[in-house]
Design a binder for this molecule. Structure first.
Ligand code: HEC
Length: 154
C-alpha cells in the first residue's frame, strides 16, 4: 500500500509541477549503436535484436543514461514510474511458443510507441517523447536489455 501511495504521490507531483526539466527529452544522451545491424528508416514492430548480447550491452548503458532517473537503476523501479522488468509479464506463462512470440511482439510495439511519443495525458507530461533523440537502434537495444531482465514477479 505504501508503495502505491508513493507512486500516486510521485505521479501527482509530476502532474502538478510539470517538471520543466523532464518535459522534453532534450537532455537525452546519444547512444552509439554502430556495432549493431543498422535498421534503416522503416520502423520495425518487433525487436530485431532480441536476445543479442551486444544489443543488451548497449541497451544497458542507454537505459542507465536515459531512463533510470525515472524507471530506476537496473530497471528496478523505486515507485516513480512503472517497473519495466514487468513489461512482458502477461506473456511469460503463455502455454505455447507461438503465443509467447505473438505476445512479445505486442509488447515490443507498445514499448516502441511509448518511447517515441512519451506519455502525455491532458497536457501533463508523465514521460517525455524520445522519438527525436534516440535512434530506432537505440530503442530496440533498450528493449533487448529489458527483455533480458523480464519477469512476472518482483
Ligand atoms: C521523466 C521520467 C521518465 C523518463 C526519463 C522515462 N520515463 Fe518511461 N514512464 C514514465 C512514467 C511516469 C510512466 C507512466 C506513465 C503513465 O502513467 O502512463 C512511464 C511509462 C513508460 C512505459 C510504459 C510502461 C507500462 O507499463 O505501461 C514504457 C515502455 C517506458 N516508460 C519506457 C521508458 C524508456 C525506455 C525510457 C528511456 C528511454 C523512459 N521510459 C524514460 C516516466 C519516465
Amino acid at each position: 500500500m505504501k508503495q502505491i501511495r508513493n507512486a500516486l504521490f510521485a505521479c501527482s507531483l509530476l502532474a502538478a509541477v510539470g517538471l520543466p526539466s523532464f518535459a522534453t527529452a532534450e537532455d537525452a544522451v546519444a547512444v552509439n549503436t554502430k556495432t549493431l545491424t543498422q535498421l534503416g528508416a522503416e520502423w520495425r514492430d518487433e525487436n530485431p535484436y532480441s536476445g543479442q548480447t551486444e544489443a543488451i550491452r548497449i541497451g544497458e548503458d542507454a537505459f542507465a543514461e536515459n531512463c533510470a532517473r525515472c524507471h530506476g537503476l537496473q530497471a528496478k523501479s523505486g515507485g516513480v514510474a512503472p517497473d519495466l522488468r514487468l513489461l512482458d509479464r502477461d506473456c511469460i506463462d503463455l502455454p505455447s511458443a507461438s503465443q509467447k512470440q505473438a505476445c512479445f511482439k505486442e509488447t515490443d510495439k507498445y514499448f516502441l510507441f511509448s518511447i517515441r511519443y512519451g506519455k502525455v495525458r491532458n497536457g501533463n507530461v508523465y514521460m517525455p517523447p524520445f522519438g527525436e533523440y534516440l535512434s530506432q537502434e537505440a530503442m530496440w537495444a533498450i528493449k533487448a536489455y529489458l527483455a533480458s531482465l523480464r519477469t512476472n514477479q518482483i
